[in-house]
Structures are given as structure tokens and as C-alpha cells.
Design a protein around this ligand. Structure first.
Ligand code: FAE
Length: 536
């Protein structure tokens, strides 16, 4: 096992304090976070958390445990009600109204197959996956109670310690690796695939082909932990439970085995009795009120995205946890339009894409990757030190044999973009340019050019367009925009405004060297502990 994997085993997860068993003991594990009455206009709350992703969920749980009443505001749906098919989430192969956030046509990250476009028309709805388009990049984000945990692959990776200094230079690594990473991994329910089962199951044939090719080119191959319930996946393969990962569920939600935040941090937060959540509510403004509190303006939405009410509430403390893009957009707008003019000039800066770039390789006919592919990735190729790239061996869960190996690479791309207020459009722009992905492509090629040469194979050119090799138009991992120790102090306190905090991926300056949510969670654990100890 490599250093990029955590020491927590799947059994360790079950014993962990934040495990589903822990939640089950509280009688909450099976039910998703159910929304109570939405917030009322005129309400006064002790702590208001904007967003219900990783940062927001950690803040809500720890504040509630410290005796503080918390109200969480979430622009997306609660995702607690099945559709007419009896399922809460729709399948990647059959995207319907539940799939995309306010779009009339899907915008699949992998949008071509055999050179043909695969996007299709859908009814406009407050669906689960937002493909938010800026000038040079599409940023994919989860929408709903649970944030990105609803749509992501669950890959739960702790960066190698020797790389941490470049991830968060102002944070003490000893504290992170001794206390906050283990706390985050326990709270998230992180576990690792059983290597013996991995070697025998049909659903990871694609990953075994990936391993064989990596090892034949002398690249380190690593198992990657995940928050999927591995025992459940083994039962899916045995045919004893309803299939989820083995039915292609992922991008638009998993109906069964994935331990999203609704089953972990948010379940524990709600079990305190101090946390309420208002779904389909979007924060539009935060400004100082009398007595050191803040006035927060919130639009209530219907499922077409129309505003049905505008509410004004007062909060003693406000935690920005709307994700890197959501938090950055709010702060840049509030500074520029005079609601929070005293925010410092670092707000909006330092945004990166975690170096994401995708590609596929065409295998020989004697090297099939399997018609049945688990949608949960569990391994990667680590060439970070030598080539600046860490590549996930990703599934192509199409249900048919594709003879393709597919990869999402995380690379050491040095480019950083900036959010700015556009007074003419009344929107926030991001100045990322597509050409800025070239370093990522070059770094990914340090792995795949070598594998192709060794195997006598070529890149797939039919997955991202007509004769297009690289998926260089998107990111799954937005990071930065309100960077720790720059836009905020070293614990996320926004400069100039006591009682305002950033506690999400916006704090991290653009790259985590691996998938980001364990680091976002661990940093939130670190910061909220300090904030509770000194500010409350
Ligand atoms: P996030 O989880 O995005 O939560 C922010 C929440 O705030 C969302 O629920 C928003 O709807 C809500 N919001 C935004 N604006 C407002 C507003 N104005 N008012 C009210 N609510 C608002 O933020 N990471 C990994 O580590 N491993 C993976 O395997 C992985 N796979 C991914 C796959 C996909 C397809 C995607 C899209 C992402 C993936 N990620 C993965 C990234 C990961 O999900 C992401 O880094 C975290 O979710 C970010 O956490 P935050 O707490 O910053």
C-alpha cells in the first residue's frame, strides 16, 4: 500500500467514531438528512452555514456539539424523496430531470462515444450536477444537501506528507497528520477495497488492466481508499442486494452503497437536535447588521429555479461553505457591490483546477476491460514525483465492452485564475483559459506516452469530440478563491469582519496533489476546533 493511501482499513472504518455504525447507534444511519421547516424571514440564528458540502457539514457538526444552534442554507434539493421509479437518484446511462442543475440538455463530462455526441434533452429542474460554464472551463459541482458528496466518486485520498507543504504552506503538517486527517477519515467512513476480492471480481477487470499496464511501464500502482461501503459492493457482485456502483450509478447520485455526507457528518449533525437545513434556499447577500451580527438575504427557489420568496435573516456568525466557486462568487460580489467593502484584495484570487485532465487509451482486442465496471474507482498510478501526475484508473460504466482504459489525472498545473465582478452582466467572471491546461497534458503524457509505447497502443480520440484526445475543458476539483492566510487569517476568519468565516475548498490554493475532499474535511476540522475554542 502506498503512502497516498490512509492507514484506515475497512474494518478500521467500522470501528471509527464517525462510522455508519456510530450513526446507527443514534438511530439515524438509514435515513437521509430530512429537512425540517425552512428558515423563516426575520429569524435570528446563532450560526448560519452557507452550503452543505464537506466544509459546511464539519462546521455544523462541531458547532452543534459545542452547544451552538446552526441553520444550514442549501441551494439544491434535499434528495430525500424518490421519483416515480422509486429511486431518489437517476442513472448515468439514463439521465432524466434529476441529472442536471437548471439545464435543458445534459452536459456529460465525457460527451462523445465512438465520435458521436451523447448529450440529450432533459426537462429543466434543480438537478444534482451543476456543469457551471466560465470562459475557459466547465466546473462540475454537486447541488443538494450533501454538496459534492452526492455526485463524486468517493475517492478519499490523503496527500503524501512530503507534498503537504505545497498544498497548505501555512498549516502545521504534524497537527494535520497526527490529528485532523485521521479525524476526517474516521468521520467520512473511509475504507479500502479488499485486495483479494479486487483480484477476483469481474467489475474491476478494467482496474486490473490499468494495473498491469502501469506496472509493465514501471510506474507505482496504488490502491486508493473510498467512502463506498465495500461490503455492500461485494454483495452487489454476489447478487444479494440492489446494485448501485455495479449499475453505473455515480455522477447523478448513488442510491445505495456510497456514504455521502447525508449518511455520515450530516446524520450526526442532525442527531444533535441543534442543526436545521433549508434546501432550495440560495444566499445572495451578507452585510453587517447592528451589534456585530450580519444580515443575510436568501432566495427561496422552486424546482424550476424560479425565486418564490426572498427572506432576510440575522446571524451572529456566518460560515461560507458554498464550495470554492460558490464562496468565491459570493465574496467577490459582496466586496465589489459594497455589502462587504472591507474584505481584502486577496478575495477571488488563487483559484486552480487541481490540474484535472482526462484521456482514454485504446487497448488491444486481447485486453478487454469488461462490460461490467464498478463506477467507484479504487486505484491510481503515482508519477507525481517524477512527472507531476497522479492518474486515477477510472471506469467507463457503459455496460458494453469498450476496450478502452480511461483516466482522470491530477497534475501539478501551476496556473491560477482569478474571479472578478462584471458590473455590465451583474455576474462574477473567472479568467481561466483553456490553453492553461497544456502543462497538465504534458504531465499526464509522462505516464501515458510511456504506457502506449510499451504496450503498442494509442490514445482514444473519440471520447471528447471528433478526433480529440484530451478532456481539457473541465474540472471536478475547483479549489481556492479565498485562500487561507491570504483572504482569511490562518484559520479561515475573513479579514475585516469578525464573525465571518470561510470553511470550504475556497481556502486551498488550487491543488491538493490528489483528490481533494479529505483535505477539505481535515482543514475544516482543524479550523473549526480553533474557532470554537477562541471565538465562541
Ligand atoms: P461542496 O461540496 O461543493 O458544497 C458546497 C455546497 O454549497 C453545495 O451543496 C452547493 O449547492 C451549495 N451552495 C453554493 N452556493 C450557494 C449559495 N449561494 N447558497 C446556498 N447554497 C449554496 O463544497 N473529490 C474527491 O476527493 N474524490 C473524488 O472521488 C471526487 N470525485 C468527484 C467527482 C465529481 C463528478 C465532482 C463534481 C467532484 C468530485 N470531487 C471528488 C470533488 C469534491 O466533491 C469537492 O472537492 C468537494 O465536494 C468540495 O467540498 P466543499 O465543501 O468545498
Amino acid at each position: 500500500m502506498s503512502e497516498t493511501t490512509t492507514p484506515l482499513s475497512r474494518r478500521g472504518f467500522i470501528a471509527g467514531s464517525g462510522s455508519l455504525l456510530g450513526a446507527a447507534a443514534l438511530g439515524v444511519h438509514a435515513s437521509p438528512a430530512r429537512a425540517a421547516a425552512p428558515i423563516a424571514s426575520g429569524a435570528h440564528v446563532a450560526a448560519l452555514v452557507i452550503g452543505t458540502g464537506y466544509g459546511g457539514s464539519v462546521a455544523a457538526l462541531r458547532l452543534a456539539q459545542a452547544g451552538v444552534d446552526v441553520h444550514m442554507i442549501e441551494m439544491g434539493l434535499a434528495w430525500d424523496t424518490p421519483g416515480s421509479d422509486g429511486k431518489i437518484f437517476c442513472n448515468t446511462r439514463e439521465p432524466d430531470y434529476r441529472s442536471y442543475w437548471l439545464r435543458t440538455r445534459t452536459k456529460a463530462p465525457l460527451n462523445y462515444f465512438l465520435g458521436f455526441p451523447i448529450d440529450r434533452d432533459i426537462p429543466r429542474h434543480t438537478g444534482i450536477l451543476d456543469a457551471e460554464e466560465f470562459g475557459g472551463i466547465t466546473v462540475y459541482q454537486g447541488r443538494g444537501v450533501g454538496g459534492g458528496s452526492l455526485v463524486n466518486g468517493g475517492m478519499a485520498v490523503t496527500p503524501k506528507r512530503e507534498n503537504f507543504g505545497a498544498v497548505l504552506p501555512s498549516v502545521n503538517p504534524d497537527e494535520m497528520y497526527a490529528t485532523y486527517y485521521p479525524r476526517a477519515n474516521a468521520g467520512l467512513g473511509v475504507g479500502t477495497v479488499d485486495p483479494a476480492w479486487f483480484d477476483s471480481t469481474a467489475c474491476y477487470q478494467y482496474a486490473r488492466v490499468g494495473r498491469k499496464h502501469a506496472q509493465r511501464s514501471a510506474f507505482p500502482f496504488v490502491f486508493v481508499p473510498d467512502v463506498y461501503d465495500w461490503d455492500y459492493m461485494e454483495q452487489e457482485a454476489a447478487g444479494t442486494v440492489t446494485k448501485s456502483a455495479l449499475a453505473g450509478e455515480i455522477l447523478y447520485g448513488n442510491n445505495h452503497g456510497k456514504k455521502s455526507l447525508q449518511k455520515t457528518y450530516l446524520a450526526r449533525a442532525r442527531a444533535t437536535g441543534r442543526v436545521s437545513i433549508s434546501p432550495l434556499h440560495q444566499v445572495t447577500s451578507v452585510r453587517p447588521a447592528s451589534g456585530g451580527a450580519y444580515t443575510v438575504v436568501i432566495d427561496q427557489l422552486d424546482t424550476t429555479g424560479a425565486v418564490t420568496a426572498t427572506k432576510t435573516v440575522t446571524a451572529d456568525r456566518v460560515f461560507f461553505a458554498a464550495g470554492s466557486v460558490g464562496t468565491s462568487k459570493l465574496l467577490v460580489k459582496l466586496k465589489a457591490t459594497g455589502a462587504l467593502p472591507g474584505l481584502n484584495g486577496e478575495v477571488g484570487k488563487g483559484w486552480g483546477d487541481n490540474g484535472n485532465v482526462m484521456c482514454g487509451r485504446a487497448n488491444h482486442l486481447w485486453d478487454p476491460t469488461g462490460a461490467l465496471q464498478s463506477s467507484i474507482p479504487c486505484c491510481g498510478i503515482d508519477n507525481w514525483a517524477a512527472g507531476g501526475a497522479f492518474a486515477e484508473v477510472a471506469p467507463l460504466p457503459t455496460g458494453i465492452e469498450t476496450f478502452a482504459s480511461f483516466y482522470l489525472s491530477i497534475t501539478r498545473n501551476p496556473n491560477r485564475a482569478r474571479f472578478s465582478w462584471n458590473a455590465a452582466t451583474g455576474k462574477v467572471d473567472l479568467n481561466w483559459q483553456t490553453a492553461w491546461k497544456q502543462p497538465s497534458i504534458d504531465m499526464a503524457k509522462t505516464i501515458f506516452d510511456k504506457i502506449n509505447a510499451k504496450e503498442g497502443t494509442i490514445y482514444r480520440t473519440d471520447l471528447f469530440g471528433v478526433y480529440k484526445i484530451w478532456g481539457d475543458h473541465l474540472t471536478y476539483h475547483p479549489l481556492g478563491g479565498a485562500v487561507l492566510n491570504k483572504a482569511t487569517d490562518n484559520y479561515g476568519r475573513l479579514s475585516g469582519y469578525p464573525g465571518l468565516y470561510v470553511i470550504d475548498g475556497a481556502l486551498i490554493p488550487g491543488n491538493t496533489t490528489v483528490n481533494p475532499f479529505v483535505t477539505i474535511t481535515a482543514l475544516a476540522e482543524r479550523n473549526i476546533e480553533r474557532i470554537i475554542a477562541t471565538d465562541l
